[in-house]
Design a protein around this ligand. Sequence first.
Ligand code: URA
Length: 230
Amino acid sequence: MCSRREADDLILAGAVSVNGEVVTELGTKVQTTDKVVYGGQTLNREKLRYVLLNKPKGVITTSDDPYERHTVMELVEGACEERIYPVGRLDRNTLGLLLLTNDGDLAKVLTHPSHEVEKLYHVRLNKPLAEEDFEKIQHGIELEDGPIKVDRIDYVVEDPTMCEVGVQIHSGRNHIVRRIFESLGYEIMMLDRVMLAGLTKKKLERGHWRFLSDLEVSMLKRIESRGNAE
Ligand code: URA
C-alpha cells in the first residue's frame, strides 16, 4: 500500500501493529500468519508479480521521476494492481530487457554482485571495432572505478562492417558497457540488452511486456539457491 520509505515512516510513527501490538522497530520480521494492521485495516500479503519489459529508447528506468519525463512505469501501467519496481536499471537510450517486480527478495538476489547474473548486450559502434581493442576488452581493461573484464565478446557474424558486437557481462556497474567502449574512443550508436539471467526477448516486441511463466520464475529463484550452495 506504500513505498518502503513511506512504510518506515509509518512504522516509526507507531501507526502499524502486529498481532495487536504497535511495532516501531524497523526491520521487524513478520510471518504470513501474523495480523498486520494499519489505519484500522488488516493488510494482506500481495500477490508476487514478475513483468518482463522490452524497453524502447528514450524512457528512463525509475519508478518516480521528479522531472516528469517518460518512465518505464508508463509502459507497464495496467499490468497489475500491485506496485512493481524495476530490477536494476537501463540507461535512457538503452533498449531491451528489464524486469519489474514486487518481489523484493528476488530483486535483491538479481542485483547483488555475488550472484553474477549474466546479461548479454548487442552493441553497435560508430566505427569498426579494431581487433586490438577487441582483444583488450577480452583480456580486461582499467576504468576509473577499477578493472573490468567481460565474460565474452564476439563480433556479430551477420555484420560485415565489424561495428556490431555481442558482449556478455555479469557486472552491474553503472553505464558499464558504454564506459568500456568509450574508454577506447568508440561511440555507442545502439545498446540492446537481449538476454537477462537466461530470459530472452523472443516474441516480445519493443515497448511491450509480458508476465514471466511459473517456470521462468522458478528458474530465477534457483539463482539464489545456486549462490547459497557455492
Ligand atoms: N551498460 C550500460 O552502459 N548501459 C546500460 O543501460 C546497461 C549496461
